[in-house]
Design a protein around this ligand. Structure first.
Ligand SMILES: Nc1nc2c(ncn2[C@@H]2O[C@H](COP(=O)(O)OP(=O)(O)OP(=O)(O)O)[C@@H](O)[C@H]2O)c(=O)[nH]1
Ligand SMILES: [Mg+2]
Length: 414
């Protein structure tokens, strides 16, 4: 049967349908005079409309049934992230923003899956230092060498370039030369090195006491070291532990600093207290602590603007923030945490020492250990400064902050 014959046959079946539709069209034209000019077309417009309607309903129901794509959220907040102006607070008002309690947590800050995963990520965060140190030691023994003076000299160079510090390196080399007879391969040297490093980075941590409520932490450091990011990571961890957290946007100096912190507040589930740009940081800190007391908050973390340790007036400003906080809670801030960028090497030590002299620091967070092969700075910080190294930052994500644990650190390194 050819196509024309097929059409003719089909038209036999469709003729009655067409007649019925034309009938409906005639009646519609009589009932609605406005349709009269289209009377000839109504008969085909009815099925066409029906087909369009069915297709539309099909598309809508498919869209509703489709699983929702997960929100694309990462905790990475580049420093230069565009300010979210829509969130800017009105004029002088103290803008406080309570995070919705039941807000779903973004995927990027879900708890880390397993303990083993935690260690793995520590290892990969420290991979540059590990590659330099661990592979460096392996390389020393290539070609069947033994632990002689020449090899020790090369090891000395390796430790110094890893920022272990000259004095500590000398001490380590001396100890190793005394034990040289018992060390015949890289595994034995690494084990001995690990012990010697551990002796220098372990310190007695005071027993965990009950924290004040609210416990106020002031975060300080030079520009760009990772203060705000570290606050975001800390808030994430505290909220996860079930604590109520307020973060205070005490950096009113840098454009978009408050916005950057607001994003971290939203992601961590913490509340934020902020003022307009360029307002007095001491006033924001004051309001933050007042809000914390009023709202029965567990932990207050105060962000401050980055400042050079050599700028006297800016260092004085930190003292003013301290005083303003202590008006509400006399012994606050309970903790002054200095954030130090590991990639600045030995300079980091000078910075930390000067901050310590001016404002007194209680603990150090060493960031960007993932970005340097000179993770030996950990040894310099812990042995020279006399204040505990509390956290290490090993990446930009919310989970990339670890409480510093000497054994874990040494294991990840060698
Ligand atoms: N790789 C890596 N990057 C980090 C780490 N911590 C912070 N950063 C990055 O360092 C940059 C500066 O971080 P911020 O938190 O803005 O530093 P800040 O000290 O608050 O800077 P100012 O407020 O301008 O003084 C950002 O791009 C962060 O993502 C870390 O542990 N590892
Ligand atoms: Mg900052």
């Amino acid at each position: 049967m050819d196509f024309t014959t097929l059409l003719e046959n089909m038209s036999v079946y469709f003729a009655p349908v067409k007649t019925a539709l034309e009938g409906i069209g005639d009646k519609a034209a009589v009932a609605f005079p406005a349709l009269a000019p289209y009377q000839e077309s109504i008969w085909w417009m009815i099925p066409a409309t029906a087909v369009i309607l069915v297709l539309f309903l099909f598309v809508v129901s498919a869209a509703l049934k489709a699983p929702k794509a997960p929100a694309k959220v990462t905790a990475k907040i580049p420093a230069q992230e565009k300010p979210r102006m829509a969130e800017k607070p009105a004029a002088d008002a103290v803008a406080t923003k309570e995070a919705p309690p039941a807000a779903p947590r973004p995927a990027a800050i879900e708890p880390t899956p397993a303990e083993t995963g935690v260690f793995k990520s520590l290892k990969s965060g420290l991979s540059k230092t590990r590659d330099a140190l661990s592979n460096g030691v392996d390389a020393l023994f290539k070609g069947g060498r033994t632990l002689d003076d020449e090899l020790l000299e090369e090891l000395e160079e390796l430790l110094i370039t890893s920022d272990v510090g000259v004095r500590t390196t000398m001490e380590i080399i001396e100890s190793l030369s005394e034990k040289a007879a018992g060390i015949s391969n890289s595994a034995e040297l690494k084990a001995e090195l690990k012990t010697l490093l551990l002796e220098r980075i372990s310190f007695d941590t005071p027993p965990e006491t009950t924290l004040n409520k609210p416990h106020v932490i002031m975060v300080v450091g030079v520009n760009g070291v990772g203060k705000t990011t570290t606050i975001g990571k800390m808030a994430t961890q505290f909220v996860r532990e079930g604590k109520k957290v307020i973060i205070v946007a005490g950096d009113t100096f840098r454009a978009a600093a408050s916005e950057q912190l607001t994003i971290w507040a939203e992601r961590s589930g913490a509340e934020i207290v902020r003022h307009k740009d360029n307002s007095d940081p001491a006033a924001v800190a004051f309001d933050g602590v007042q809000a914390a007391v009023a709202r029965d908050v567990d932990i207050v973390i105060i962000d401050t603007a980055g400042r050079m340790h050599t700028k006297k007036n800016l260092m004085e400003e930190l003292k003013k923030i301290r005083r303003s906080v202590s008006k509400t809670i006399p012994d606050a801030p309970h903790e002054t945490l200095m954030v130090v960028d590991a990639t600045t090497g030995q300079n980091a030590l000078t910075q930390a020492q000067l901050f310590h002299e001016t404002v007194g620091i209680d603990a150090v967070a060493l960031t960007k250990l993932d970005g340097t092969a000179k993770g030996g700075i950990v040894i310099g910080i812990t042995s020279t400064l006399g204040v505990p190294l509390k956290y290490i930052g090993i990446g930009e994500q919310a989970d990339d902050l670890r409480p510093f644990n000497a054994e874990e650190f040494a294991d990840a390194l060698l």
